[in-house]
Design a protein around this ligand. Structure first.
Ligand SMILES: [Zn+2]
Length: 56
């Protein structure tokens, strides 16, 4: 494997790690059942518990 390919692989790993860590910004985790809901959701799509709104 060439050094260039190694750099590409590392960048891909970093990109995946970033994407995995970003979802909290776009999803709202239900405090009752832990289901991730879209940020716009007012109620959990799984258990329909009201989702808290923190002013971010
Ligand atoms: Zn829920």
């Amino acid at each position: 494997m060439s050094a260039g390919a190694y750099v590409v692989v590392m960048l891909a790993v970093i990109a995946v790690c970033t994407l995995v860590s970003v979802p909290p910004l776009f999803f709202r985790k239900c405090v009752r059942c832990g289901t991730r809901n879209f940020i716009e959701a007012r109620n959990c799509r799984s258990c329909e518990a009201p989702l808290p709104y923190d002013s971010a």
